[in-house]
Write a protein that binds this ligand. Structure first.
Ligand code: GUN
Ligand code: FE
Length: 427
């Protein structure tokens, strides 16, 4: 049995009680086997001396487009629909098998380097197989799927799909990849957004996702122009329409969800729909400020995501946590969305969104060993037993402080070098 002992770290468990202790963590195979102040009698295959370092659960990012990593810098000064039409869709249409692979590998390298160990990803129409290959080889934990687009005059011909073919290709990918790599890889249906999907496609997704027991990952109510398009065509607001079709269920994950009316909030709450907040993207595309505190207070599971790299961000969860806090503080005052709350969103919150709270999101015995070790030695702080670790991690740590990352009990980054990815992308 392979075992790793992480010794002497400040362990931020992110468990229900938010316990923090200085001590040891033993990993056996891919799970956390023991926690304690000193596990001296253990003879592990590998010992990591983590004295003075901070051990956290790996971040769980619940909205990413790995295929867009190579498009960074193409999002200037446009709002959602124009940006998709002018910048993103033509580039997605031009993607090749190789370019999707490299785009995914680059994105995964950045994600791991900034402490993210699980992602919910949405690919483009073609070459999703390449992204799954990159996910498999890199070692990251991922739920991914091909994007589905069978509707909309604005969509380039090269991305327009036939409804049956879109559903069939999704099922083929699902059957190949769902549960692959010892369960580290899963499939989710990804109808892009209502604007690009026929009702027939969405009904197909509703039935197939129930049949296979998988998640549905889409964008909803990100932008006022998008909402107008949905209302003009379907005669209803976005989430009301998804509910009308029967898609508003606990396996539905909505990215953004900024412009929700009272009925939509009620539907999300009552049906157990999950939400992903993407603050960096919402700022860059001037989409708006989501009502995150209100959603959290009403018991909705809300995770955090960077969205695609062109939304002027670098897939960095440290940045997304800070932006989440700043955006709400400026509106509602300093006590709203404190450091503890945003750190929970980045860990257990994401795990809840994915329905994986029994396996990831916190450091507890029996959970999968998805961990990040931060080296905060350079911090110039007055030594104190009352260090506010949540505040330090959220407001002062950066991705450059991530030293070691484990996913599924495997060391994927060590000494600030991503071992599983860099060798493949340095040409
Ligand atoms: N809505 C539909 N497609 C997209 C996308 O690629 N990115 C964002 N941010 N919103 C979308
Ligand atoms: Fe997105």
């Amino acid at each position: 049995m392979a075992s790793i002992l992480i010794r002497g770290a400040v362990v931020m468990t992110m468990n229900e009680r938010d316990d923090i202790f200085t001590g040891d963590v033993l990993i056996e195979n891919n799970r956390i086997a023991r926690l304690g102040e000193r596990l001296d009698e253990v003879a592990a295959d590998r010992v990591i001396d983590a004295g003075g370092k901070v051990l956290l659960p790996g971040f769980v990012q619940t909205h990413i487009h790995l295929c867009q990593t190579l498009f960074r810098g193409r999002a200037d000064d446009l709002s959602l629909i124009e940006w998709l039409k002018e910048k993103i869709w033509p580039l997605e249409a031009a993607h090749s098998e190789d370019s999707v692979y490299y785009s995914a590998m680059l994105g995964i390298g950045e994600l791991i380097r900034s402490g993210t160990t699980t992602i919910l990803d949405m690919e483009t129409v073609h070459h999703t197989e390449s992204a799954f290959r990159a996910i498999e080889e890199s070692g990251i934990r991922a739920i991914s799927g091909k994007v589905m687009m069978d509707h909309g005059e604005e969509v380039p011909i090269a991305l327009q799909e036939n409804t049956r073919q879109s559903l069939q290709e999704s099922v083929d990918l699902l059957e190949k990849w769902h549960g692959a790599a010892g369960g580290r890889i899963r499939y989710a249906f990804c109808p892009r957004f209502v604007v690009s999907c026929t009702e027939e496609l969405l009904i197909g997704v509703r039935d197939l996702s129930a049949e296979y027991g998988v998640m549905v990952h889409t964008h909803a109510s990100e932008n006022l122009g998008e909402i107008e398009l949905v209302e003009a065509e379907r005669g209803m607001r976005n989430v009301v329409y998804l509910d009308h079709i029967g898609l508003a269920r606990p396996n539905l994950i909505l990215a953004h969800s900024i412009w929700l009316d009272e009925e939509e909030k009620r539907i999300i709450r009552e049906r157990g729909v999950k939400v992903t907040h993407c603050p960096g993207s919402n700022l860059k595309l001037a989409s708006g400020v989501a009502e995150v505190p209100l959603l959290l207070e009403s018991g909705v599971a809300v995770g955090l995501g960077a969205d695609g790299a062109p939304c002027n961000n670098n897939l960095d969860m440290f940045q997304e946590m800070r932006l989440t806090a700043y955006m709400q503080k400026v509106r509602h005052g300093p006590t709203v969305m404190n450091a503890r709350t945003v750190l929970r969103m980045a860990t257990m919150g994401g795990a809840r969104v994915l329905g994986m709270e029994a396996d990831i999101g916190s450091i507890e015995i029996g959970k999968l060993a998805d961990l990040q070790l931060l080296d905060l030695e350079d911090f110039h702080v007055y030594p104190s037993f009352e260090a506010d670790w949540h505040s330090r991690v959220v407001y002062a740590a950066t991705r450059g402080d991530v030293d070691t990352v484990l996913i599924d009990g495997r060391i994927v980054m060590e000494g600030k070098t991503v071992k599983t990815v860099d060798k493949r992308i340095v040409l």
